[in-house]
Design a protein around this ligand. Sequence first.
Ligand code: 16G
Length: 245
Amino acid sequence: LPLEMLQSAGTGPLYVKLRQTLEEAIRSGRLGQGDALPPERDLAEYANISRVTVRKAVDDLVKDGLLVRRQGSGTFVVKPVSRVQQRLTRLTSFTEDMVRRGLKTRSEWLERGLFHPSPEEMMMLGVKADAYVARLGRLRIADDMPLAIERASLVAEFLPDPASVTSSLYAELDKTNSRPVRAIQRISASNLKNPDAAMLGVSPGAAGLSIERVSYLASGRVIEFTRSVYRGDAYDFVAELTLAE
Ligand code: 16G
């Protein structure tokens, strides 16, 4: 980065000049997508400007969506993701969807265990206060790109040992013939806030898709209630429409 020229180049506030230099480096590809920005301390020292100035320039680029701050690991050039097209009429699992696209999936666990139900879980799953529900909270990642945060609650009767789910929940339910066969899903627009935004690697305020799913077994019983939030820049939900008869 030609930062040493900042002090002499043209007029205007330093942070604007730094912002323009960084922006130019990103647009020209000298700072590549997904690259880490040098630590603000180093930038300040190297360009002989204050850290406040560096921070102001970086803040602007974060707001513009060119850079993203990830808690604990630094600031990165935003990598536009190729969007995932997801049909709205098939009851598939996240793992199946990603495998079909040739993407490698993994999850980071946020929560996994048996709990007494919250009032919402009691309503959605139709269980009593003294019953148990299995909670599986996961950050779902495809090819190292975090795509969604998913919090599933299941009637514990169908998943008595939540720790048995190591990768795919639906594959685990398949083993005991308790995979859901039908689901109702609601999708709504949202703006991602921290900590969700940070976990998904986007700036606070970025677009998200919030999804609630209630799934049913062949017997008609409810088994799952899931609340997810997907990155709005990574997901397209597609439905086929037919003329009403
Ligand atoms: C999908 C489902 C979620 C289900 C999960 C199982 C949506 C919005 N959600 O992500 O309800 O629990 O798949 O995935 O589609 P797994 O079998 O890979 O764990």
